[in-house]
Design a protein around this ligand. Structure first.
Ligand code: ADP
Ligand code: MG
Length: 390
């Protein structure tokens, strides 16, 4: 990397939220023509660092150079102008516009003052998606797409800008293998054309596989940065966890295996599905015992989400569902919650949280009944339960 001038050079970057510093003087260089992996545990500061680069946090401290020139990143529009495109972990699509309109956003071809050239917008979108080898329906409202297709739309949108720096923040978490491969092929092609690509991911094997250089962040600092070829998978994991790894190795600390309870296969199952499923989807048979963790694997579109939504009363269902041996038929998510069945949804921003309300209210939301015997919320009980939960 020394041989080439870094396309992006972040020097001693600091960022605080309400006086709490989360980036402690980060140095980060990305060369043109490279895919640069950025890894670290949750909360290490990866997204915050990239949001500084995207112009979202004008109150950062430190220096950013682009192609050797110092720049001050004060707004997302400015970062875009400078050729920095970011695919965020959380989507930034307009839910009620269709895919083609989202792809054209901010750069619509107009006919006269008012009208958007719809046919041109559609043919541009079609061409872009074909070029990327992404299979997404053009005319469907984004809100109605699966999360994976929303992710691909987001990726296509970023790739459609003529970016010289492209940041992808955990873009593959929800993609099927074929879509991941298509994305990697695009990233490599862009890098070959001279784009500096930053790829954030928790899939370490994938990172070592497709990246040229890997940087590890831990607790707001860079702890390692070198060529991907110089990391083994074990070394990379070790850098990410740091001291915590030593703790787990310590025989004095509680072994995880010891904490796993015996599963009593003869006990009444906690949950039992007999030919049960979402309406219009194939039914499933499943048995889950108390103390058991059950993994549900499948490709995008295979029906994982619709099955768990049906179980949790958030979708119409058919077949038999038993909870602790008793047959149940939830007519709403609220009824399932009352019976002790909760769903942490995949799209937490839209389906899990009420974003404009405080953290405490969100925590209490699914248990309001406990705090409101008379129909009025007992704020004191509620607050202490929330504090305890946190
Ligand atoms: P990563 O992307 O590596 O998981 P983040 O950059 O999202 O990490 O978070 C780094 C730290 O900054 C975390 O402690 C997180 O809680 C905090 N943080 C991130 N965004 C905000 C915000 N908007 N307000 C307050 N704290 C934040
Ligand atoms: Mg992140």
């Amino acid at each position: 990397m020394e041989a080439r001038q870094a396309k992006v050079s972040m020097r001693g970057v600091r960022k605080s939220f309400l006086g709490n510093e989360v980036l402690h003087g980060v140095d980060f260089d990305v060369a043109a023509g490279q895919i640069h992996g950025l890894v670290g545990h949750n909360g290490a500061g990866k997204s915050t660092l990239m949001k500084v680069l995207a112009g979202l946090y004008p109150d950062y401290a430190g220096e950013v150079l682009l192609g050797g020139q110092p720049v001050q990143l004060t707004s997302p529009g400015e970062a875009l102008q400078l050729g920095i495109a970011v695919i965020y972990q959380e989507f930034a699509l307009i839910p009620h516009l269709d895919v083609a309109a989202n792809l054209a956003l901010g750069r619509e071809t107009r006919r006269g003052q008012l009208w958007i050239a719809n046919a041109k917008m559609r043919s541009d979108a079609k061409e872009l998606l074909e070029r990327l080898d992404f299979n997404i329906p053009l005319d469907v409202e984004v809100a109605k797409l699966s999360v994976a297709h929303q992710q691909l739309t987001e990726i296509a949108k970023a790739l459609s800008r003529q970016a010289s720096v492209l940041v992808m923040d955990e873009p593959t978490a929800r993609l099927a293998p074929a879509e991941r491969q298509a994305l990697f092929a695009v990233a490599r092609r862009l890098a070959d054309q001279g784009t500096a690509v930053v790829y954030i991911s928790h899939f370490l094997e994938e990172v070592l596989d497709i990246c040229d250089v890997v940087t590890v962040m831990r607790d707001g600092e860079v702890v390692a940065s070198r060529s991907a070829a110089d990391f083994t998978l074990a070394e990379l994991s070790q850098e990410i966890v740091g001291d915590k790894f030593a703790q787990i190795q310590d025989p004095q600390s509680v072994s995880l295996a010891e904490q796993v309870p015996e599963i009593d296969e003869l006990a009444t199952p906690a949950l039992e599905l007999a030919a049960f499923g979402a309406k219009g989807r194939p039914p499933s048979n499943l048995v889950l015992h108390p103390g058991e963790i059950l993994g549900l694997a499948g490709l995008v579109g295979s029906g994982r989400t619709s099955l768990v939504e049906a179980i949790c009363g958030a979708r119409r269902s058919k077949g038999t569902l038993k909870l602790a041996g008793r047959q149940v038929n939830f007519r709403s998510a609220a009824a399932a919650v009352a019976a002790g069945l909760v769903l942490v949804p995949e799209d937490r921003k839209h389906r899990g949280l009420v974003l404009m309300r405080p953290v405490g209210e969100n925590i209490a939301l699914s248990a309001l009944r406990q705090f409101s015997a008379t129909g009025f919320l007992k704020a004191k009980n509620c607050n202490s339960a929330v504090a305890k939960a946190i």
